[in-house]
Design a protein around this ligand. Structure first.
Ligand code: TPP
Ligand code: MG
Length: 329
């Protein structure tokens, strides 16, 4: 497994990874507060613990590159660059959201940021990503599609079909398995015969990379290599990025099925504070990071208030955007 890669990442990029990861962390905490206090009534799948993975991954792609992600996708969506206000408003079901409040948290879509689909159907994103990548290949537009999914998704038929087809057609797609070791309440060993998920790539002749997803340097390097390879016509890569979810499957889950020692060890190695310490040890001034933190805190408060103040969609909107040729209200 790849951990700390010695490849040098320039300081602006290191700070950008920090900014995106910190934004995810603060937004996640605010979402939790709003849900616990009843200001927001949604099912919430926290990405807590997986912030660095997304930030390091999405800084390896362009805004115009495509992303397909899942219900546990707020880290990916924010790291890809969806404006915070629009994301928050969509989570709150408001007319100012990315999908005019009609998609909700499970269906975040914002093509302007390259976020093409968010799906609640486990494994469903992979064939869709192939479709996007095929369109790019045919158009020759040079775009790469990244699709994120969990370890549990690697047991779904669509995963296997999509991996096979992507390799045969050398599609410009990067399959990123965010392996947090659990699917709902089931540990990987109880649902999956293969010990290492990376081995699944072998069966399809796909290049497989196993990486510590919580290590920003290793994750960014692995993602950059996979994206460059796809863009150059080299075909797909399967990245197994090891990580951990700190708050169970969805908000309110007490994680009783996770051994206490496993949870404690994961929390002690919380990737975001570890990355912050690493940056300081590399000479980044703490005041620079604190300045980023302060800006994010204000941005999050602003977005949350924007969502609360925004109106719900008009009921006449219900039949609009359903079909390509819209039905007039
Ligand atoms: C096809 C399908 N089967 C089952 C479910 C119910 N379900 C929702 S999330 C989930 C667990 C998926 O785990 P994983 O892929 O590891 O993602 P994680 O939640 O850990 O990020 C399951 C089984 C579903 N949404 N879709
Ligand atoms: Mg999982």
């Amino acid at each position: 497994m790849t951990t700390h890669n010695s490849a040098v990442i320039a300081e602006p990029m290191l700070l950008e990874i920090y900014r995106r990861a910190a934004l995810i962390r603060v937004a996640d905490e605010k979402f939790q507060k709003m849900i616990s206090s009843g200001q927001l009534q949604i099912l919430y799948y926290s990405p807590r613990g997986q912030e660095i993975l997304s930030a390091a991954l999405m800084t390896a792609v362009n805004v115009s590159d495509y992303l397909v992600t899942t219900y546990r996708g707020i880290h990916d969506q924010l790291a890809k660059g969806i404006p915070l206000r629009l994301l928050w408003a969509e989570f709150a079901g408001k007319a100012t959201g990315t999908c005019k409040g009609k998609g909700g948290p499970m269906h975040i879509t914002h093509p302007e940021s390259g976020v093409m689909v968010t799906t609640g159907i486990v494994g469903a994103g992979l064939p869709i990503a192939n479709g996007l990548a095929l369109a790019s290949q045919l158009a020759g537009d040079g775009k790469v599609t990244v699709v994120c999914f969990g370890d549990g998704a690697t047991n779904i038929g669509a995963f296997h079909e999509a991996m096979n087809l992507a390799q045969i057609w050398l599609l410009p797609v990067v399959f990123v398995c965010q392996n947090n070791l659990y699917g709902e309440h089931t540990p990987q060993a109880m649902s999956t015969g293969a010990k290492e998920l990376i081995d699944r790539a072998l069966g399809y002749g796909i290049k497989g990379v196993q990486v510590n997803g919580n290590d920003a340097f290793a994750m960014h390097a692995a993602a950059t290599a996979a994206v460059e390879r796809a863009r150059a016509g080299g075909g797909p890569t399967f990245i197994e990025a090891k990580t951990f979810r700190f708050l169970g499957h969805l908000l309110g889950d007490d994680s009783h099925y996770i051994p206490a020692a496993e949870m404690a060890a994961a929390r002690a190695a919380d990737p975001l504070p570890a990355y912050r310490r690493e940056l300081i040890s590399r000479g980044v001034d703490e005041s620079v990071l604190s300045g980023i933190d302060a800006g994010i805190a204000a941005q999050v408060e602003d977005a949350a208030q924007y969502a609360l103040d925004s109106p719900y969609p008009d009921t006449r909107e219900i039949r609009v955007d359903v079909l390509k040729s819209e039905i007039a209200p």
